[in-house]
Design a protein around this ligand. Structure first.
Ligand SMILES: C[S@@+](CC[C@H](N)C(=O)[O-])C[C@H]1O[C@@H](n2cnc3c(N)ncnc32)[C@H](O)[C@@H]1O
Ligand code: SF4
Ligand code: SF4
Length: 384
């Protein structure tokens, strides 16, 4: 059985890392509080600074072998626009974002806007010096993808190649690190995901697991061996949104069942491609396909409200998570209590994270708490 608590990470400087963690957690609480009081701003935007990749995973439709990086000035314009729309988290993805020559400046620019900066990478280009540069730029979260123990024709994102990178991250990173593995039919040895998760957690890093989707973001049914490992790895985690991760979405997905939810992509979640167009997500490109510079608050509201036919079998978990925040906003008492009860049932030793305690305190019960919660939101400067 795996446990999600972060082990103490080796190396220095621990104090600096601890201070950065506290600061990041406070900004996360603020992000959450804003999502609670304002229903329309984008909670999370994924942005592609370069479509090119140095690998060619066979399950992936998000890369090419030739595209140039988006110029820094153009990236800054797009980031300004996302900030003006009120975006609270920006994830830099790709292609392989570490191929962008101005990645550190892009991260710095996101942070200058007061936005949480996260990065998804295949990790091949990480070195101690690059990690220290990402610290200096102010990166908040990094997700490194590792799919198997040894490279095969599906994926070269292997523990064999990337274990040294994990050690470097454990030693030098001041930002939070999550190791993500995907499960699904092209992955030859699903039990590799367990070994990768154990290794990550032994190094004090967080681990997550995702389910492979087809070319339109839809679930590909999981064989029983994959399913068992997926369930086993759905354990408490410390990543962003950890309070929202153990819900019915994942249970249904793991069983191949549809979810009844409202996808607010195009509003609460945006995917900005290398051409600066807004799409619902990486798997629904072309919808709506409007240039970001012309994307308005009305567009946010309109597209968030539209029913998406791809929703029932969607596996795009970051969009599920933003939807979870809206479910909490609309019915905080019921959703928070249900989430905690469901977790306690699965894991009798479960103790809700401090954030859930704070939220329960802020959003539940009694007139005195209502007044205090208003004061807390003011202090967090969370009004939109
Ligand atoms: C498109 S990659 C871009 C960032 C970077 N190149 C990487 O691999 O981490 C972002 C994430 O999407 C995941 N991904 C790509 N194709 C997928 C698919 N068909 N199903 C599920 N996840 C997928 C990758 O494993 C990775 O974690
Ligand atoms: S490394 Fe990332 S972007 Fe490149 S092919 Fe693999 S999943 Fe796609
Ligand atoms: S339901 Fe939403 S997130 Fe999922 S594939 Fe469709 S548009 Fe993308």
């Amino acid at each position: 059985m795996l446990h999600g608590e972060e082990h103490s990470r080796p190396g220095r400087p621990r104090v600096r890392r601890a201070l950065r963690t506290v600061h990041r957690r406070l900004r996360e609480v603020r992000m959450f509080a804003r999502a609670m009081v304002s229903p329309h701003h984008p909670i999370l935007a994924q942005i592609v600074p370069i479509r090119r990749c140095n690998l060619a995973c066979t399950y992936c439709n998000e890369f090419d072998a030739f595209s140039p990086p988006v110029p820094l000035a153009e990236m800054q314009k797009r980031l300004n626009r996302l900030a003006a729309l009120g975006t609270t988290i920006i994830t830099i993805s790709g292609g392989e974002p570490m191929l962008h020559p101005d990645l550190d400046e892009i991260i710095r620019y996101i942070r200058r806007h007061g936005i949480l900066a996260t990065l998804i990478t295949n990790g091949y280009l990480l070195t101690a010096e690059r990690i220290r540069a990402l610290n200096r730029a102010g990166l908040d979260y990094l997700q490194i993808s590792i799919d198997n123990l040894s490279p095969d024709e599906t994926s070269k994102k292997s523990l064999k190649v990337l274990d040294r990178k994990l050690e470097l991250l454990a030693e030098h990173a001041e930002f939070a690190v999550t190791v993500n593995s995907v499960l699904g039919s092209p992955v030859r040895n699903p039990q590799d995901a367990r070994t990768i998760a154990l290794r990550a957690r032994a190094l004090g890093l967080t681990s997550t697991v995702g389910i492979l989707h087809d070319g339109s973001g839809q679930l590909q049914s999981l064989a029983s061996e994959h399913l068992n490992i997926y369930r086993e790895l759905l354990q408490p985690r410390q990543a962003m949104f950890s309070f929202a991760q153990y819900d019915r979405f994942q249970e249904n997905i793991s069983q191949g069942l549809p979810n009844h939810w409202h996808c607010r992509a195009g509003g609460r979640f945006l995917y900005i491609c290398e051409d600066g167009l807004v799409h619902y997500c990486s798997q629904q490109r072309g919808r709506p396909g409007i240039p970001l510079e012309r994307y308005t608050r009305e567009d946010l509201e309109r597209h968030a409200a539209l029913e998406k036919p791809c929703a029932p079998y969607c596996t795009v978990s970051c969009v599920h998570q933003t939807a979870m925040l809206d479910a909490i906003r609309q019915n905080p008492r019921q959703v928070l209590l249900e989430m905690v009860a469901a977790r306690e049932q699965r894991d009798p030793g479960y103790r809700p994270p401090a954030l859930v305690h704070a939220l329960t305190w802020m959003f539940l019960d009694g007139p005195a708490k209502r007044v205090l919660s208003k004061v807390a939101l003011r202090l967090l400067r969370a009004r939109s």
